[in-house]
Design a protein around this ligand. Structure first.
Ligand code: NAD
Length: 438
């Protein structure tokens, strides 16, 4: 199958590389020429385990190509995926500018029947909007090529994106055309024969499944974070509460880890966008709204907890380990670490930061200033600091040499925002250990 992917970011690039690995001929297109140049030389533009190898292998095999040119991508392809960003607009609802622009550009180059697949996370009704835009451009061109629009939302998790794409829990296909549905089945044939579940729905249902899934997971995280705050007040341990809850199959152990609040490029924007969709259709999304509020207050709670034990943060030095929103990714969008560092700086502290992969992105994201010092490693970050915070649980932070950290620091506060360590493993070296909900 000849496939074009419009938008070669986290989702587009992973999807393109994996689909070429399935044996399809894939052209990944992006308007960002610097990204495409880098990709054409076989270098991944994002950090994602396993992705580099897939890109190099399929580029060499001639199954994967990269371009900035819509025409060459669209004309040769029978299926065109849209994987551009859908960032929050001013009021929090999804900004569809990039989707609309991509749909119009695709329509300029339709030269035969095509399936246009929305992989971006989009509000209900976007499939219909894409159809309308393409129809209108074709009319202006005085052409009447037929096409179908399909919704195929993506559920990959950054940090495990290649694995998730190759072994998905489910493939959702929203389609009103049996021809388009069988083409989608053919694209994912490898997964179909391996018995990965396929769910065929109408377009609106597929669009909503994505938002409902992300919102539900966000609710779960906010729920356990609220419970963790109650644990702190009543002397319970949230790790054990989560364990005890998660053993119930109806609840499951996943997404029950208390921490500094959810972040990333999806949950924060998708929860707000879903509540806006509710507003538009007159349905109060009260649970989702509460999850958003609880998440905001969890982030504040973390900074306040540190302030309580640190005293006045002015003139204090805090080391922060981990800047990406989760381990194994370079993505810092809406990372709790970024908002905590900014909070600390606004309270007058100096912050020494270290992340194994995400420091360049953090700088680009605006985490800069004379009170933010980028360090060479975790022990360098600890040098002369009053408190050390572990915010993103990269593997290399899971077995810190505590005596070495103690030797480098001038203070003795360790804030384990991910509950990675036992209290005693730090207290035995004279540290004040702070966890979340324990
Ligand atoms: P991203 O910002 O990493 O990538 C988007 C890419 O689209 C960028 O490279 C940009 O240059 C390109 N682009 C923008 N307008 C374009 C246009 N008109 N033509 C061609 N290229 C254009 O975004 P992402 O994280 O990959 O997310 C893409 C979509 O997938 C979003 O809707 C997101 O919500 C959804 N999604 C993301 C994830 C994730 O983990 N990142 C997971 C599932 C779904």
């Amino acid at each position: 199958m000849d496939i074009a992917i419009i938008g070669s970011g986290y989702v587009g690039l992973v999807s393109g590389a994996c689909l070429s690995e399935f044996g399809h001929n894939v052209v990944c297109m992006d308007t960002d020429a610097s990204k495409i140049n880098k990709l054409n030389s076989g270098i991944s533009t994002i950090y994602e385990p396993g992705l580099d190898e897939l890109i190099k292998k399929n580029l060499a095999a001639g199954r994967l190509k990269f371009t900035t040119d819509y025409k060459s991508a669209v004309t040769v392809s029978s299926v065109v995926f849209i994987a551009v960003g859908t960032p929050p607009g001013d009021d929090g609802s999804a900004d569809l500018r990039f989707i609309e622009s991509a749909a119009a550009s695709i329509a300029e180059h339709i030269n035969e029947y095509k399936v246009i697949v929305n992989k971006s996370t989009v509000p209900v009704g976007t499939g219909a909007r894409v159809r309308k835009i393409i129809t209108s451009v074709l009319q202006q061109r005085d052409d009447s090529f037929s096409f179908d629009v399909v919704s195929n939302p993506e559920f990959l998790r950054e940090g495990a994106a290649v694995k998730d794409f190759m072994h998905p829990d489910r493939i959702i296909i929203g389609s009103e055309s049996s021809v388009a549905s069988s083409i989608m089945e053919e694209i994912y044939r490898v997964l179909y024969i391996n018995n990965h579940p396929f769910v065929f729905t109408n377009i609106e249902t597929a669009e909503l499944i994505k938002y409902a899934s992300n919102a539900f997971l966000s609710v779960k995280i906010s729920f356990i974070n609220e419970i963790s705050r109650l644990c702190e007040m009543v002397g319970a341990d949230v790790q054990q509460v989560s364990h005890g809850m998660g053993l119930d199959n109806r609840i499951s152990k996943y997404f029950l880890h208390a921490g500094p609040g959810y972040g990333g490029s999806c949950f924060p924007k998708d929860t707000v966008a879903l509540s806006k969709i509710g507003d538009e259709f007159g349905v109060e999304m009260s649970i989702v709204r509460s999850a958003i509020q609880a998440n905001d207050s969890q982030k504040k709670h973390i900074s306040l907890k540190l302030k309580k034990v640190l005293g006045n943060p002015a003139d204090k030095i805090v080391a922060v380990l981990g800047l990406s929103f989760k381990p194994d990714t370079d993505d810092v969008r809406e990372s709790p670490a970024i908002s905590i560092v900014n909070d600390l700086v606004s309270m007058g502290a100096s912050v020494r930061v270290y992340d194994p992969i995400a420091m360049d992105n953090a700088r680009l994201y605006g985490l800069q200033g004379k009170h933010i010092i980028y360090c060479n490693d975790e022990y360098h970050a600890a040098n002369g600091c009053d408190a050390l915070m572990l915010i993103t649980e990269w593997n290399q932070f899971r077995s810190l040499d505590v005596p070495r950290v103690a030797h480098n620091m001038r203070g003795n506060i360790f804030f384990d925002c991910r509950n990675v360590y036992s209290r005693t493993s730090w207290e035995r070296y004279g540290f004040i250990y702070i966890g979340v909900g324990r």
